[in-house]
Design a binder for this molecule. Structure first.
Ligand code: SF4
Ligand code: SF4
Length: 524
């Protein structure tokens, strides 16, 4: 029996949260499956809210597996690589997985089924690389936050480094009831994840590192404990309470301090990376493999064999659904990103990206149509479960009334869209949808307000300028009038005025007893 890892206990519990029955067992029966090559891949270039990288290939170019397709040129962009060999068929905007989002830049690759790869350079002594080189390898491998945010990992490491990192958290708390990609990854690749955590610790120069996982992740715990037994990385066991995997909730649980609204984890000396990001970092730094695939859970009752797949970035959803055997239903919908925080898919021809950790085919039994929305009865249950300590019923009222000034006052920005409030609402109010719409309206209201404020400043300065010009014109006019109305110059009158002034001065001096040169001359 291997030695047990050092264990860190929760320093504080986060507010609210809910207990959700897990629905992962059927998927976890299978090992992570490699996927066969699809006829084509549509590789999304933009990750999360970032800037698309600069494309370095042309239509018609034959590329090899792992070849660079697009180079990150901005701080918030991520490199893209070819997941297999093929010919670049098109470069342009394509529909994305999220329903209602505008198309985003993508590279379409016609797969040649040769899977011919570039030669990779492994680093056998990777733990002795300096931290700068580790960050460079992570950046050039195109690694971003694979838990959903898609933020470039190298930039996150740099931000942490600038502030000093006391605690690095590897987030294995997969609290959504359907997603089990991280649990499967840990079950099968725990050693690589621990090595990835070590790389991220060195790349961020963090003092401590902890892998946080919920107590009920039985498939992953044994291999993880074994992998940690020869490492000084700690293990933290969390209550399986949704959303324990939320970044802020995790920091509060392990660091004991609540992250202030509007501040970032690195402001508190903490960095959080997902388990999949740690695994991808290991592959990049130790093996020289760029990020071209990720583990994704395909689940839902209409799938005959739901599984975790090692999905090539850019694989169309329809291709993966066929691999699992989809039983079509009349009211079929697909959710990308989990049951609680996921979003409805626009259509199944879209491709998965580096942040896609789960795809759910819905059925009426599991995802019954919600009851019709009823008025809020002010029961307060939503506020009890809100992990961000918000008053969702107040926010809901403000969003409905389109009072964007109030939504920001009530903290809409702090809403992590976890859906816990909507889950417990007895009036079946789709609160998260309201909050997403509210955030979007609030952004546009803020833009308009900023623009109005800019115009107000310009208008005020313009008015002030006009006022000063008017005053200057009036002063000039008055001076001119004074000159015009003055009597004509008279030499005699001037002499009289000068003589009177001299007499006045003389009288004054005599009064003060001051003698002048003229007086002295007169006396002599
Ligand atoms: S749970 Fe629903 S009904 Fe109760 S206060 Fe919140 S929004 Fe209103
Ligand atoms: S969705 Fe937002 S308001 Fe609702 S519980 Fe989660 S954080 Fe709170």
């Amino acid at each position: 029996m291997s030695e047990l890892p050092k264990t860190r206990h929760s320093a504080a519990s986060f507010h609210g949260g809910i207990y959700l029955p897990p629905r992962k067992g059927k998927v976890l029966r299978h090992r992570i499956m490699p996927q066969p090559l699809p006829p084509s891949l549509t590789i999304p270039l933009q990750q999360g809210q970032g800037t698309p990288p600069t494309v370095v290939v042309e239509v018609g170019t034959r590329v090899l597996k792992y070849q660079l397709l697009a180079q990150a040129t901005e701080e918030n962009s991520v490199c893209a690589h070819a997941p297999t060999s093929g010919v670049v068929a098109a470069i342009g905007d394509c529909p994305v997985a999220e329903h209602g989002h505008p198309p985003r830049p993508c590279i379409q690759l016609r797969v040649d089924h040769q899977d011919e790869a570039l030669e990779l350079t492994a680093n056998s002594d990777y733990l002795n690389l300096d931290d700068h080189e580790m960050r460079r390898l992570i950046e050039s491998a195109g690694i971003c936050g694979m838990g959903g945010a898609g933020f470039p990992s190298a930039q996150k490491l740099k931000a942490g480094l600038a502030q000093g990192v006391s605690l690095l958290i590897i987030n294995a708390a997969e609290c959504d009831p359907y997603i089990c990609a991280d649990e499967a990854l840990l079950r099968e690749h725990a050693r690589e994840v621990v090595q990835g955590a070590e790389i991220l610790r060195r790349a961020s120069r963090a003092t401590d590192c902890v892998i946080a996982i919920e107590k009920n992740k039985s498939a992953a715990l044994q291999p993880l404990c074994e992998a940690l037994s020869s490492s000084d990385i700690e293990l933290a066991l969390l209550e399986p309470r949704y959303p324990s995997g939320g970044e802020r909730q995790l920091i509060q649980a392990l660091n004991g301090r609540e992250l202030a609204r509007g501040s970032y984890p690195h402001d508190q000396g903490v960095l959080v990376f997902n388990v999949a990001t740690a695994h991808a970092s290991y592959k990049a730094v130790a093996l020289g493999i760029p990020c071209v695939s990720r583990v994704c859970t395909l689940t839902g009752a209409p799938l005959i064999t739901p599984k975790n797949f090692d999905v090539l970035i850019g694989t169309p959803v329809s291709f993966l659904l066929n691999l699992c055997g989809l039983e079509p239903l009349p009211t079929q919908e697909f959710i990308v990103g989990g049951a609680m925080m996921g979003r409805l898919l626009s259509d199944t021809s879209v491709a998965l990206d580096k942040t896609s950790n789960c795809l759910i085919a819905t059925s009426d039994e599991e995802f019954a149509l919600p009851d019709s929305e009823l008025p809020c009865i002010r029961c307060g249950r939503c506020a009890e479960v809100c992990p961000a300590k918000l008053q969702p019923q107040q926010l809901y009222g403000a969003v409905r009334a389109e009072r964007m000034d109030l939504t920001s006052e009530f903290g809409l920005d702090a809403c992590i869209e976890c859906g816990a409030c909507a889950y417990v609402c007895p009036s079946s109010i789709p609160l998260v949808q309201y909050f997403r719409a509210g955030k979007s309206a609030s952004r546009s209201w803020q833009r308009q307000r900023n623009s109005a404020q800019r115009w107000q400043v310009r208008f005020t300065s313009h008015r002030r300028r006009l006022q000063l010009q008017r005053r200057a014109r009036a002063a000039n006019k008055a001076a001119k009038q004074r000159v015009d109305s003055a009597p004509p110059f008279s030499r005699a009158q001037a002499r009289e005025e000068i003589a009177a002034a001299v007499a006045r001065v003389k009288a004054r001096r005599e009064q003060l007893g001051v003698s002048t040169d003229d007086d002295a001359e007169e006396r002599s």
